[in-house]
Design a protein around this ligand. Structure first.
Ligand code: BEZ
Length: 219
């Protein structure tokens, strides 16, 4: 079973490396990224969780909380955290919790199991999924990567910027957009409304003669 964009994200209870949580209470008024990885003490996962540690200040600036998940125990998470911090050359408290989904309940509920990757006992592992959840607890974006492809967390920051901008402004972000770049006026905005909301917008001519390519400076 999966979860669709716009659905309320399940309000699960979980054991984590920072204690037990009730997910919606833990989210509070923040945006949240829940990201899974196949297993603790594995190489790509170590680079991924390390990369996320480095980006914590960027996520904090955007009011985004982070929470990881794998099917290993809290004990494993705590032991592996030290390796990640050593690899990343940083000390202190590990800056985000890791859910211990030992029984794979969440992995099944959220459709995160990878049919290819198995643990030593032959049980399926989680893929590299991520879910971006809004302060309204609804799913805004999700992605699934196989175990063999590590994620680009700068891209995840970029999509957070787009999601937060487009949540309040009637724009969409074009291919390869970055914070501060030109945006597109969304199709539902009439020409009259566009003139009021985005006085600096321009309409690009196209052979069809249709006026749908409307660019505006980022509002
Ligand atoms: C890794 O994190 O390196 C990994 C985990 C499972 C399968 C392949 C790679």
């Amino acid at each position: 079973m999966g979860i669709n964009l716009g659905d309320e994200f399940p309000n699960f209870k979980a054991e984590t490396s920072q204690g037990d949580i009730q997910f919606h209470d833990w989210i509070g008024d923040s945006w949240t990224i829940l990201f899974s990885h196949p297993a603790d003490y594995t190489p790509v996962c170590t680079t991924e969780l390390g990369a996320v540690i480095k980006l914590v200040p960027e996520f904090q600036k955007r009011n985004v909380k982070l929470i990881a998940l794998s099917c290993d125990s809290v004990e494993d998470h705590l032991g592996w955290s030290k390796d990640i911090q050593s690899y990343q050359k940083c000390g202190g408290e590990f800056p985000y919790p890791i859910i211990a989904d030992k029984e794979r309940k969440l992995a099944v509920q959220l459709g995160m199991l990878d049919p290819v990757e198995k643990d030593k006992a032959g049980l399926p592992l989680t893929c590299r999924a991520y879910f971006i959840i809004g302060p309204d607890k609804k799913l805004k974006l999700s992605a699934l990567y196989p175990a063999t492809t590590g994620r680009n967390f700068d891209e995840i920051l970029r999509v957070i910027d787009s999601l937060q901008l487009t949540a309040t402004k009637k724009v969409a972000t074009p291919a390869n957009w970055k914070q501060g770049g030109e945006c597109m006026v969304v199709p539902s905005v009439t020409p009259e409304e566009a003139a009021k909301l985005f006085p600096k917008h321009r309409v690009q001519d196209v052979p069809s003669g249709k006026s749908y390519l409307r660019f505006t400076p980022q509002p």
